[in-house]
Design a protein around this ligand. Structure first.
Ligand code: UDX
Length: 438
């Protein structure tokens, strides 16, 4: 019989997971407290930009295999309930806000029956799953046999559908063979394709996720620290990354120096990891992540300083064009976006900042309504005294430096992502600055 799957939380993770589960042939209901989001999803519309998600939603909503609801009772009869709600940084510190995780488990518990498996996917501080298992025991109806497992998610935004359907590894944190068997059923397609599987305890599965993100963040901050050295010595961090990246033990991925990492995961995950380490008496073990965070945030200041320098020392009342607002290309996510942080800082320093992003302008305007938003790269660059390339959308790489040079007032550009054609810009008469390289 087809497994009945519920997915609680329909944000960047949950909506894609729900659509992915429907694509794998399961009967799926997505539950969220946000009515606007649920209305959009019910109509088969992705509530955010994520490549390849829209057709999946359309197909499976139309067939009836994928439904959405704001009513937690709709998880009734589910064999597996995935918890995919957010764990943002708390307003009062570095730790993760666990309100949504607890409230969703509490909301679904009374509706569980027939050995339903509740599977956490949200990124949580180690120890959360065990606490949630106790909570579930006390709230699920007697005899329901409800059980908790953890199955961290490694999907990257902008590749989320691909990562959901063809994950590079699976991790099951379980406390019984039954839970493992159930998860094996859910992921049968990936397992048949020989996807590596680690079956482990709850704590390890929670830690795998935060450790992976901490490692990725460290890798990026490592190369950005080296970029700082390159900037002083005149060396080239891109060539350096190529050279060390050929060492298989190091690898070239995630060694792109630039304005640093942002998004809804890496920044808040390393902070929550540090906070948790402090709580369990191991603050020193992860103290280096504080440095990783500091290096990352320095990159934003660095671009602001470079801009000031290019403008002759004064940014007030100067015209700055910003290309990119999303935290990475092919996404409309602006959570902790380095691009937007730089645009905001320059605006606060008195610059006249105009921003263009192919998909993220609407979300950016919600958190930075005082910035001006344009409708194309050419549009925002008109009359600019300096252009900042801060999110590496493909369309920015395709810009013609000669055509762009004709609309700006001063041909000065900072490539915050080290991926524009330096020579082409310099040939077209631009003052071209990049990150950690000449
Ligand atoms: C990340 C993890 O990669 C993913 O496995 C996890 O599930 C969620 O967090 P995501 O937030 O989608 O995914 O973004 P990612 O592709 O990791 O990029 C994060 C940030 O790092 C972006 O701002 C990106 O621009 C930046 N980055 C990435 C660099 O500055 N340099 C690099 O070399 C790579």
């Amino acid at each position: 019989m087809t497994l009945r799957i519920a997915v609680v939380g329909t944000g960047y993770l949950g909506a894609v997971h729900a659509a992915g589960m429907a694509e794998l042939g399961f009967d799926v209901v997505g539950v969220d407290v946000d009515e606007a989001k649920v209305d959009a999803l019910r109509a088969g519309k992705a509530p955010f930009f994520e490549p390849d998600l829209q057709p999946l939603l359309e197909r499976h909503v139309a067939s009836g295999a994928l439904r959405f609801s704001t009513d937690f009772a709709s998880v009734t009869g589910s064999d597996v309930v995935f918890i995919c709600v957010g764990t943002p940084q708390r307003a009062d510190g570095l730790a993760a806000d666990m309100t949504y995780v607890y409230s969703s488990v509490e909301a679904v518990a009374p509706h569980l029956s027939n050995g339903a498996l509740v599977v956490g996917k949200s990124t949580v501080p180690v120890g959360t799953a065990t606490a949630l298992a106790d909570r579930l025991d006390s709230l699920a109806p007697a005899g329901s046999g409800a059980e908790l497992a953890w199955n961290p998610e490694f999907l990257r935004e902008s590749f989320a559908v691909e990562d959901t359907l063809r994950p590079d590894r699976l991790v099951f944190g379980v406390t019984s063979e039954g839970a493992e068997e159930r998860l094996r059923e859910v992921y049968a397609t990936a397992l048949e394709a020989d996807t590596p599987l680690i079956v482990t305890d709850l704590a390890t599965s929670e830690l795998v996720k935060v450790s992976a993100n901490a490692f990725l963040a460290t890798k990026i901050s490592f190369i950005n620290a080296i970029a700082e050295i390159c900037e002083i010595t005149g060396a080239n961090v891109t060539q350096l990354a190529d050279a060390i990246g050929f060492d298989e033990r190091i690898g070239r991925k995630f060694l792109n120096a630039g304005i640093g990492f942002g998004g809804g995961c890496l920044p808040k995950d390393i902070r929550a990891f540090m906070a948790r380490a402090g709580e369990i008496g191991a603050g020193q073990s992860l103290a280096f992540l504080g440095e990783v965070d500091a290096i990352n945030l320095r990159r934003r200041d660095h671009v602001v300083n470079m801009t000031r320098e290019l403008l002759g020392g004064e940014v007030a009342d100067r015209r700055v064009a910003v290309l990119g607002a999303a935290f990475k290309p092919n996404s409309d996510d602006v959570r902790d976006s380095p691009a937007l942080a730089v645009a905001g800082a320059l605006h606060l320093a008195g610059a006249h900042v105009t921003v263009y992003d192919p998909e993220a302008a609407e979300n950016a305007a919600k958190i930075y309504p005082t910035l001006e938003y344009g409708t194309s790269a050419m549009d925002v660059c008109r009359g600019a005294e300096v252009v900042l390339h801060l999110t590496e959308w493909k369309e920015f790489r395709a810009l013609d430096p000669v055509e762009l040079g004709a609309v700006v007032s001063t041909k000065a550009i900072i490539d915050g992502r080290n991926c524009l054609d330096t020579d082409a810009y310099r040939r077209a008469g631009w003052t071209f600055r990049a990150m950690g390289r000449p």
